[in-house]
Each structure stands twice: as C-alpha cells, then as structure tokens.
Design a protein around this ligand. Structure first.
Ligand SMILES: *[C@@H]1O[C@H](CO)[C@@H](O)[C@H](O)[C@H]1NC(C)=O
Length: 233
C-alpha cells in the first residue's frame, strides 16, 4: 500500500513486558505485498505464522503488478488464504471501468474457501490533488460504482481498504458501505482508533508497514474459521 499519512508510531507498544519477546498476536496474521517486495517467499511467511495475504493486482487502468501472478501462485502453493487488491485512481476513469480492469487482471473471486474478496485500496493520492479532485459525493458515487460492479460480477462486495482520516476527508465520512463491504483499516498504532462512520467493527487491520514478515503487517478480526468463512462468501 502506498500509505503516506499515518505515522509509524507504536511498534514499541506491541511489545509485552517481557522485554525480549514481541507480543504474540492471537488473531490470524496476514501480509499485503506488491512488486515493491518483489517475489515473496510465502512458504517462509507461512512457517512464520502468516495465514493470509493480499497481493497487489492492479492500479487505475494502466498498471498490472508485474509480480502479481508469481506472488498469487506462491501464496496459493504455501496454503495461504489470499486475494488481490486494486489501487484506486478515481481521477482517471469510472469505478466500473476500474473494477472490470481489476477483475480482468487477477481480482476475481470464487467461493473456494481460499480466495478473499478483492480489496479496493482507496486512500491518499500519491500523485496529486487531495481526494483526487473529487467532491465527497462524487467520491462516494465512484466507490459505489466500483463496488456494485464487482459485486455484480462476483457475488461478493469488495473489501474497502482505507484510513479513517482519508475516508472522513474524502467521502465526508460516508456510512453508505458499512452494511455491505468488509472494512480493512490502516492504522499504525497499538489500537485501531475510531472507525469510519457506520462500521461497528473492522474485518482487517493493517497495523504496521513492516515487521516479522514481508510487506505490510495485517490481522483478521476473528478466528481462522471466520477467515475461511469470508473466503467462502
Ligand atoms: C472485531 O469484531 C468484533 C465483532 O465480531 C467487534 O466487537 C470488535 O470491536 C472488532 N474489533 C475491532 C478492532 O474492530
């Protein structure tokens, strides 16, 4: 993820009072990776406690991650529950167009118990205007167009990856997706903090951008069976 705003503040607080050992996190652990990590050793990650992975597939309608296939296949071979994610560029084409592009390049879903719903990574614009120059209502419409298109094609709503700060600023803190789309919040802290409007809980939490495994560090809010259920739809 190209998360730029949240400060990396709280790694120290993830340590227990036993000074030598990091706190064991009970929830299923995951990672998210892109070509920035290259081709990842998922067997090693699995041996090191990782249960799931999100792998970057696409960005806008012009970029397919060159390591997507190798990473997706590697995660599959390692027995991980995995899915793809799409980095949104709401300033370049419609939500429907970008959902179709994502679906055509690895973002698909099937109810096989190992495929997570595709994730829409919608966050700080790496290249330009805040909120990609869209009004809050136009941003909500764009996300709805993406989400509805994905749902119509796959049967499941995409996971929404964002930060509470970005969502508040750029969607006007819309509650329109809370009853349909699983939430994946990025917050690099010892607690997840305030969630966007509507959602009473998060499904995934990206809690650090580095750690014991490659890429960003994530956890699933639930049990391993709950994670498998999400992959069943
Ligand atoms: C995790 O999910 C449960 C409901 O299943 C919820 O009560 C709890 O607040 C969630 N945790 C977070 C951090 O959202």
């Amino acid at each position: 993820m190209r998360l730029t705003a949240a400060p990396l503040v709280a790694l120290a607080t993830t340590f227990t009072t036993v000074a030598t050992a990091p706190a064991k996190r009970a929830a299923p652990q995951g990672i998210d990776v892109s070509h920035f990590q290259g081709v990842v050793d998922f067997a090693a990650a699995a041996a090191n406690g990782v249960s799931f992975a999100y792998i970057k597939a696409t960005e806008g309608t012009t970029f397919v991650d060159p390591d997507f296939s190798a990473n997706y296949n590697g995660a599959t071979t390692a027995g991980l529950i995995r899915g793809g994610y799409h980095f949104a560029h709401p300033d370049t084409s419609s939500g429907a167009t970008q959902a179709e592009y994502f679906l055509a390049h690895g973002g698909g879903w099937s109810s096989d118990g190992i495929t997570l719903p595709g994730a829409l990574d919608i966050e700080y614009n790496p290249d330009g205007a805040e909120c990609y120059g869209l009004s809050a209502s136009a941003m909500v419409s764009w996300i709805k167009d993406f989400s509805d298109t994905y749902q119509a094609r796959t049967g499941v709503f995409p996971v929404i990856y964002t930060t509470t700060d970005w969502w508040t600023t750029c969607t006007g803190n819309s509650a329109a997706f809370a009853s349909t789309n699983p939430l994946w919040i990025a917050r690099y802290s010892s607690s997840i903090g305030t969630l966007p409007a509507g959602w009473s809980f998060t499904t995934f939490w990206q809690y650090a951008d580095s750690g014991p495994n490659p890429g960003d560090q994530d956890e699933f809010n639930g049990s391993l069976q709950g994670l498998k259920n999400l992959a069943l739809g």
